[in-house]
Design a binder for this molecule. Sequence first.
Ligand code: SAH
Ligand code: SF4
Length: 398
Amino acid sequence: MKSDLTSAAPPPRERGAIDPYALDRDGLTALFAELGAPAYRARQLHAWLVRGVDDPREMTDLPKDLRDQLAERFAPARPELVAHRVADDGHTHKLLLRYPDGESIETVLMLYPGRATVCISTQAGCAMGCPFCATGQAGFRRQLTAGEVIRQVVLCDAALRSGTIDRDALPADAPDHVTNVVFMGMGEPLANLPATLATVRWLHDPDGFRLSARGITVSTVGLVPGIDKLADVGLPVTLAVSLHAATDELRDELVPINRTHPLAELEDAVRRYRDRTNRRVSIEWCLIGDVNDDAHQADRVAAIAKRLRAHVNVIPMNPTPGVRWKEPSARATSAFVDRIEQRGANVTLRDTRGRDADAACGQLLASYDLGAGTMLPAAIGAADRVDKLLPLTGEPGS
Ligand code: SAH
Ligand code: SF4
């Protein structure tokens, strides 16, 4: 992908403060009313934004005076592409984007036969502090704006459409546009509700990106109020809940927000979401060697999944710099998956290659910031406490 897609320097004439991608339908209507422009112009503006054009002076179907007025108001918040790593024979594109304030985030484009999925970030860093997660180790830096979140999708879509992604290695049926979006990059989407909800609406909007709600997956650590707010949007967006532990004592350590919203409360919220949207929920399970790969956890998660009619996605942990836990053995992994299946729940094992690891983003920035072997304080504390817990959580899974 060429870096001119992200053109680092904003155009010199900008004096406004509005990132056009952050304007929802209401915001656009208000702006166009203020400028005395008819409402149908908004649709034309959207069409340009969807194509990745954010400089009004290039929007040739708008009248010249309107283009000038918009150029006065807009301050496009364009990131700089500081790294682009290609993996899996061209099927995975990991982008590291940096904003003018110096904060960086990661976006991953994954190409499959018939499907192009973008994994987007909603925050620079994350405050949730899950000790196995590279983003959690770095702590919270700042919220991304709606425009900064949406742009990640537009950037990948424009790259696919313009042919700047080398397609030689790809299957002939790899799409030339984005078909799916997963909120599984850096940050907790439901801890940045304004940007997450605006992005969901924009992605689905017939004047916006026109993506099917089913093609959108929001992954959450389990922020109960946010799950209800997402249901309020009224779109059947897929909800993925990062469970990782099926007992409160272990989940308190692996997913610290469990101390605020324990399993029973989370289960109720997921049930409400499912009932309101009619969508099957996914349970994400990052499988960590000798930590959450035992038979007791398998039995408990199978029971939860059956009660919720949810699907369990097991993802072997990606080794993270600064975290002493390891990915599980192949034997423990298949024993864990088989046991869930035997208990009558739906389960899938994701393979760990970047292209299939939808849920394993957040690692590119970590490899920039941290040297291997650095053990981080939060991870040490959690690892020590989990060591003490383990005898309580049942027989080993292998
Ligand atoms: N904050 C949200 C979304 C971003 S994290 C959430 O936690 O759901 C996306 C997914 O990546 C989560 O399921 C998370 O648990 C998983 N993940 C984090 N670190 C990982 C690692 N080292 N290996 C595998 N999956 C990981
Ligand atoms: Fe944040 Fe998700 Fe990482 Fe937990 S797993 S620290 S919620 S990004």
